[in-house]
Design a protein around this ligand. Structure first.
Ligand code: PMP
Length: 389
């Protein structure tokens, strides 16, 4: 490292993603079967692709306004009202971003001052910790437990609150556990958020992949709506990862501040992708349901199979990940994944990539074909039954 002293200490201390590290090793090997990556395996529905093509064909190749195309902001508000019964105004409460990823970054950079604490229920999506730290914040982990079905309980949440707490990150359905919060679960934590006056940052990117009942957004709770910040996007629900479109829904005063970062660093989300997103929000409900049904079937299959081969696996209520316990192997999660890759050419993600609370687990994405899932199960079974070397 030639620029040791010159590099910002915060950036220097950030650990590379535990997912990437693992897949870089996997990429150097031949014939690896991977159930590692968190993206839907469907090609984007044709009518949505066509909308992007049409926009380009018609010469819609210029910047849009900073907050995104008005028709997209309206479509997003209509969608939230229609699907989740939550009302926002297109003019005041929406900003279109480059994926949920940009949304997480600019929300945290807008609200955090150095030393502010953010409560992060873990195991958690890998980007949160890094982005909180890059914004100068401090992560306070709260362990989500399998016996609580990976929900955030009021008891554990309130214990983590201090006078420095600025926000809590809520990601339900969650990556990597598939945990979901119901209306009753939220009702128990909403008073804590209100009492301590902290921001509820709710990343609802997996909202449409909710398998028991329908998704409940914490933005439903009027008493904390002004301090609730919704993050969502098109990647998972419509299988549009490569388009890079997400959004933030929040109080006007927050949006006015968040847009300052966005306008200077990004300008606007990709124009052709925004046109595709308009088609998706307005005419994509049937696609969402078709893809979610396919994920539900794969979930049911993989959970049954994992339990059959001896890996105790909780039935996730959302997203497209399972989080089996590998404790019976006697190995740590990283060692388990390294040996599995070495002996069976199967790549999974070690649970500790998502925080210490994920130790003893692995994350398996089932956004793969049934054939790939079956092959992976055979490899896992062989690994468990024929001696881990
Ligand atoms: N939030 C969560 C919980 C995710 O799992 C992901 C993608 N893996 C994202 C946000 C970001 O997705 P995108 O930037 O594609 O919208």
């Amino acid at each position: 490292m030639i620029f040791d002293e010159e590099i910002n200490q915060i950036i220097r201390n950030i650990k590379p993603s535990g997912i990437r590290k693992f897949f870089d090793i996997a990429a150097t090997r031949k014939n690896v079967v991977s159930l590692g990556v968190g993206e839907p395996d469907f090609i984007t529905p044709w009518h949505i692709r066509e909308a992007a093509i049409y926009a380009i064909e018609k010469g819609r190749t210029f910047y849009t306004g900073n907050k995104g195309l008005p028709a997209l902001r309206k479509g997003i508000c209509d969608y939230y009202r229609r699907r989740f019964n939550v009302s926002y105004e297109p003019e005041d409460n929406v900003i279109v971003t480059v994926g949920g990823s940009e949304a997480i970054d600019i929300v945290l950079r807008t609200i955090l001052k150095p030393g502010d604490e953010v409560i992060l229920p873990t195991p958690a999506y890998v980007a949160y910790r890094a982005i909180i730290e890059m914004a100068g914040g401090k992560v306070v982990e709260v362990e989500l437990k399998e016996e609580d079905r990976f929900k955030l309980t009021a008891r554990d949440f309130e214990k983590a609150v201090t006078d420095k707490t600025k926000a809590v990150i809520l990601n339900f359905p969650g990556n990597p556990t598939g945990g979901v919060m119901s209306r009753e679960d939220y009702a128990r934590i909403v008073p804590i958020i209100k009492k301590h006056n902290i921001f509820a940052i709710t990343d609802e990117i997996y909202a449409e992949l909710t398998y028991e009942g329908t998704h409940c957004s914490i933005a439903e709770y009027e008493e904390i709506k002004d301090q609730t910040i919704v993050i969502n996007g098109f990647s998972k629900a419509y299988s549009m990862t490569g388009y890079r479109v997400g959004y933030i829904l929040a109080h006007k005063d927050l949006i006015d501040m968040i847009v300052k970062i966005h306008q200077y660093t990004i300008m606007c989300a990709t124009t052709s992708s925004q046109y595709a997103a308009i088609e998706a929000v307005n005419n994509g409900d049937a696609d969402i349901e078709r893809m979610a049904e396919s994920f539900r079937q794969r979930r049911n299959f993989i959970v049954k199979e994992l339990n059959r081969i001896g890996l105790k696996t909780h039935m996730p209520e959302g997203a497209f990940y399972v989080f089996p316990s590998i404790k019976i192997s006697g190995l740590g999660s990283e060692e388990f994944c390294e040996k599995l890759l070495d002996q069976e050419n199967l790549a999974l993600v070690p649970g500790n990539a998502f925080g210490q609370a994920g130790e003893g687990y692995v994350r398996i994405s089932y956004a793969y074909s049934l054939d790939e899932i079956k092959t992976a199960i055979e490899k896992l079974e062989h690994f468990l039954n024929n001696g881990i070397r």
